[in-house]
Design a binder for this molecule. Structure first.
Ligand SMILES: *[C@@H]1O[C@H](CO)[C@@H](O)[C@H](O)[C@H]1NC(C)=O
Ligand SMILES: *[C@@H]1O[C@H](CO)[C@@H](O)[C@H](O)[C@H]1NC(C)=O
Ligand SMILES: CC(=O)N[C@H]1CO[C@H](CO)[C@@H](O)[C@@H]1O
Length: 355
């Protein structure tokens, strides 16, 4: 009986496999090649070899970079080393990175596995850094206070919640208030791989505050980057495997209502918002198959897109940088400061270019 049952399940699995393979390949943009778009004067950032998955630049030019992500099914060049948060001062002529020391007695650094990050600066100019962490592949948000003199991060608290099981990215709207994306639904790795394969689109976005936690929007095929407009009125969410960026109107009670969506021919990952112009800068994966199934002979490429006037009838979309992985593999995030572009990657290097 057990055998019959497993044969039936196998048959069902194979049928599903055939039906879904084509759409899976489309969702992962499996056959896309990169047409190069170059920028003059690009340099790899010294000291970043194991990822720069997310980054955020403060208005004063200090950049925080999360490095060393371990994520199921994705390459790591340092699988046995804890991740870290790097600091880079973009006001320097040739900026280098410095690893921020983490202080505070209740934080286990050996399992630090940082992913999406976000800062919040309060009225006293205290900078808080919120970091999505995956200790032992779980999901938490770590709240740190940035101590600039000491070049360290003081750990203040760990936030866990049952509605934050599979976190990817966050955007802080207070030291302990944020919007966050859960990039899949199932915690179990086996169910998760089927969820992604079948494209169930059960990924969702949560608003978190110490008083209440709510699912605001669901039904995403891998909700990934999330960010907010400089005036705080709009929230942008990238849906990686649907190749879309969604614009939501944000209300005073934190709820989101859909306004519009833009389609792309690339897997849109993290979104950075220029605080001055409001432009969106997006790190993208032209071919997702190469991200999820790494082959050093045929590595994932990198693409950076800029979106201007996103709220108008005709947003202007520009492919600013595109490269086939010879230089930079798997770009996730891009952000600008004073005419320069800093591009981060899931597990590879980081690139700093003049625009
Ligand atoms: C939040 O505010 C919006 C806009 O004012 C309103 O339509 C919606 O019903 C409110 N939702 C909740 C849960 O309070
Ligand atoms: C990638 O592009 C470089 C030139 O920019 C070229 O030399 C190389 O052959 C290309 N690699 C692949 C795998 O297409
Ligand atoms: C902030 C953010 O969106 N982080 C995402 C950046 O890109 C990596 C790579 O795919 C994602 O895993 C992060 O969640």
């Amino acid at each position: 009986m057990a055998k019959l049952m497993s044969l039936t399940l196998l048959g069902l699995g194979l049928a599903l496999f055939r039906d879904h393979r084509a759409s899976y390949q489309t969702r992962l943009n499996a056959f896309r090649e990169v047409t190069p778009v170059k920028l003059l004067n690009c340099n790899l950032v010294k000291g970043i070899e194991t990822g720069s998955e997310d980054l955020e630049i403060l208005p004063n030019g200090l950049a925080f970079i999360s490095s060393g992500l371990k994520y199921p099914g994705i390459k790591s060049f340092a699988p046995d080393k804890p991740g870290k948060i790097l600091l880079m001062d973009l006001n320097e002529e040739a900026p280098t990175v410095l690893e921020l020391r983490v202080t505070g007695s209740n934080f286990d650094q050996s399992s630090f596995n940082p992913h999406g990050i976000s800062t919040f600066t309060d009225e006293d100019n205290t900078v808080y850094l919120l970091v999505v962490n995956h200790p032992d592949f779980k999901s938490t948000v770590e709240l740190f206070k940035f101590e600039e003199e000491e070049k360290s991060l003081l750990h203040l608290k760990t936030i866990r919640h049952k509605l934050l099981p599979n976190l990817n990215d966050i955007v802080a709207v207070g030291p302990e208030n944020f919007y966050a994306t859960n990039d899949h639904y199932f915690v179990d790795p086996y169910l998760r791989s089927w969820e992604l394969y079948l494209g169930l689109a059960w990924s969702y976005v949560v608003y978190y505050s110490p008083d209440e936690v709510r699912v605001l929007v669901d039904g995403f095929d891998f909700a990934n980057g999330i960010n907010i407009s400089p005036d705080g009125k709009y929230v942008y969410i990238s849906e990686l495997l649907a190749h879309k960026i969604h614009v939501y109107e944000k209300h005073a009670n934190w709820t989101l209502t859909p306004l519009k969506s833009l389609d792309f021919d690339t897997l849109v990952d993290n979104i950075s918002v220029d605080p001055v112009t409001g432009d969106l800068w997006v790190g993208c994966h032209p071919n997702g198959m190469r991200i999820f199934f790494y082959d050093s002979e045929n590595p994932p490429g990198s693409e950076v897109i800029r979106i201007q006037d996103i709220l108008t009838e005709e947003p202007k979309v520009t492919l600013v940088y595109a490269e086939n992985g010879t230089v930079l593999q798997g770009s996730t995030v891009a952000s600008v400061y004073k005419g320069k572009l800093l591009v981060g990657t899931v597990f590879h290097k980081a690139l700093y270019c003049e625009l």
